[in-house]
Design a protein around this ligand. Sequence first.
Ligand SMILES: Cc1ncc(COP(=O)(O)O)c(C=O)c1O
Length: 396
Amino acid sequence: MLSDRAKTLTGSQTSGMRNRARKLKSQGVHVINFAAGELDQDTSPAIKQAARHAIDTGRTQYTDTLGIRELREQLAHKVTRKTGITYTPEEVGFTAGAKQALFNAVFLAFQPGDEVIIPAPYWVTFPEQVRLAGATPVFLPTSQHDFQIDIDELAGSITPRTRGILLNTPHNPTGAVYGEAVLRGIAHLALEHSLTCIFDECYDELVYAPATHHNIVKLVPEMKNRTILIGSFSKTYCMAGWRAGYVAAPAVTIKAIANLQSHTASNACNLVQYAALAAMDPTNDEFVAKVREQLHRQRETALRLLDQIPDLTCVIPTGAFYLFPNIGKLLGRTYAGQRIENVDMLAEMLLEHAHIAVVPGSAFGSERHVRISYAIPIEEIATGFKGFEDFVRAIQ
Ligand SMILES: Cc1ncc(COP(=O)(O)O)c(C=O)c1O
């Protein structure tokens, strides 16, 4: 009954771990959920009020596929500010989360026979979307370079079939933030080889000093014609469940995206469009600043406690809200008489014995790391890391 495409498609492993943690919780077990991909905070009152007002004023019809005019104007301003280059409302579009924006972009930019370079480790969805477009993901290892991209290695991975590169900075799952020189190097290769650059900056507001986020179009303006920018409301504005994201690209690309989306989901929820407008209003800036402060405290706590766990090493993340420690030294050893064969087994054992949910690195193309999200209450971070430490100290 199903196509070959359906048979090779796998569900998101990050969601899998979250579901298992939820199930244990429903059985009364207190699970520390380090596996979440979202912040633990509620959406701001101003955003909720805007959505309520939209309901009360009957904003319940279809809208233009890529959003109401006012929203596209505000998105265009936002992207213009980010890039320092004018983007018009015809060069932006609102989507049901960045995931939909990414799918649209990948599906329309690539086709069978194309190779698309993805730095690895990678966010779990990137290779799957490239495969759905019929193209081939080509992984560029970054673990040897503290998760930064080595430009010579990138140049070496480009073949006559390479059509694009999928970049994400700040990076999920590693927390790496790409520096200016790296992004300039990538841009020059993209221009030289006519590559399409999909630039996912969903965590752009969540960066820790001394790191700063750089936008590739801002650094190299000629990249505007080669870049599809992707952004999200999920992280910065604590709106993950609302499904709000956007895309910015040359008008012809945005038109193609509107055509595709007009045959799939049509517009993202009308009410959410008004919520998104409220999110971008300057009066909401204070809320975002508080989110950042809170994350800063959570990150400091998590890094301090991680440091006390023996045999783990971690590249200090400077963006997003994840730690991506190397657990390689635990593999092949035993816990409670059971040999830890691989990272998946380690994650299972952590859940079963220490009641900690982490995402095994295998979901992101690494057999030697786990992803820990520290966007949870500080007391939970403390309890979780204590459990992790006890678990590791009991390994023989
Ligand atoms: C790198 C990256 N891109 C895109 C997304 C999707 O975000 P959204 O919730 O806006 O679909 C995520 C969500 O975790 C992400 O980590």
